[in-house]
Design a protein around this ligand. Structure first.
Ligand SMILES: [Zn+2]
Length: 288
């Protein structure tokens, strides 16, 4: 008791000397790209002094070919913690480790079983929840004073993700086994959650347009497997998806992998749920 009041007095004296007091327990988090940023914002919500800053522009989408900028370097030099998606999404992590040897780097994918090494874990309610738990743990380690707040925020946010997952699974249950083709390899986790069968992708890598022979094989595949639905993505042109649809009679539907969105924290916090809600209504369209 005596020590506590003495510590309190010392604290007050420091405040008096330094002017307005800022909460000491705080953490400056840098995230690698949009979905990690959105999850971190939800975990730190309302925690005084906790900040999240995103490296890539919120419009960049997936990071497969991303190069670090001078602005990124500035953010990293002030950071307490860098949270990346991991699973190979951020090819620049080795460079950051070498350049900022004191910076703690945590992977949101850590410990989550991957499907064929695919990094798009957040494009699934179950995957996103597991990432939120990892991010909350990383924040609690970096800022133990607020550990209970991070855990409570993660639990509340994950509750909303789980509620949406339950609705998606029950409303879309009739889709189980439906063969689909995707623009790129963003949806294997969502497909697994919903029992969809991704039989092929149009682009093997980001920005890798298939050549004529590859595209002809995809057309054959769509016909052979009687694929009725092709998923395009808002961040890529749907030109090839539309051509494929014309050649095969399939329908193009746009699904959002939540790789980009508004950066302003209040809007970004709800961006994953909003995009996945929209995906649910798009997928309901397949049932009609
Ligand atoms: Zn991607």
């Amino acid at each position: 008791m005596k020590i506590t009041s003495r510590a309190l007095l010392a604290g007050l004296l420091v405040c008096a000397a330094l002017g307005p007091c800022r909460t000491l327990a705080a953490v400056r988090v840098v995230t690698s790209f949009y979905p990690v940023y959105v999850a971190a914002l939800n975990v730190i919500e309302g925690v005084e002094g906790a900040e999240a800053h995103n490296l890539a522009s919120p419009h960049i989408g997936c990071l497969h070919d991303y190069q670090l900028t001078a602005g990124d370097a500035r953010k990293l030099s002030d950071a307490d913690l860098l949270i990346v998606n991991g699973a190979g999404m951020e090819s620049y992590v080795g460079k950051i480790r070498a350049q900022y040897p004191g910076l703690k780097i945590v992977e949101a994918c850590q410990g989550i079983p991957l499907l064929g090494g695919n990094p798009h874990v957040w494009v699934s309610p179950a995957g996103a929840r597991a990432q939120v738990d990892n991010i909350a743990r990383a924040l609690s380690d970096a800022d133990p004073t607020n550990a209970a707040r991070y855990a409570a925020n993660a639990a509340a946010y994950n509750g909303r993700l789980a509620a949406l997952e339950t609705r998606m699974k029950s409303e879309l249950a009739p889709l189980a086994g439906t063969p689909v083709v995707a623009q790129h390899d963003s949806f294997p986790y969502l497909a697994r959650d919903l029992g969809l069968e991704v039989v092929g992708v149009i682009e093997e890598g980001h920005g890798h347009e298939p050549d004529a022979a590859e595209f002809a094989r995809t057309i054959d595949l769509v016909r052979d497997k009687k694929v009725k639905v092709i998923f395009s993505e808002p961040q890529y042109s749907d030109r090839l998806a539309q051509t494929l649809a014309r050649e095969s009679g399939a329908t193009v539907l746009q699904l959002d992998p939540v790789a980009q969105g508004p950066s302003e924290p209040v809007r970004a916090r709800g961006a994953w749920l909003e995009a996945m809600e929209k995906n649910l209504s798009v997928l309901r369209g397949v049932l009609r």
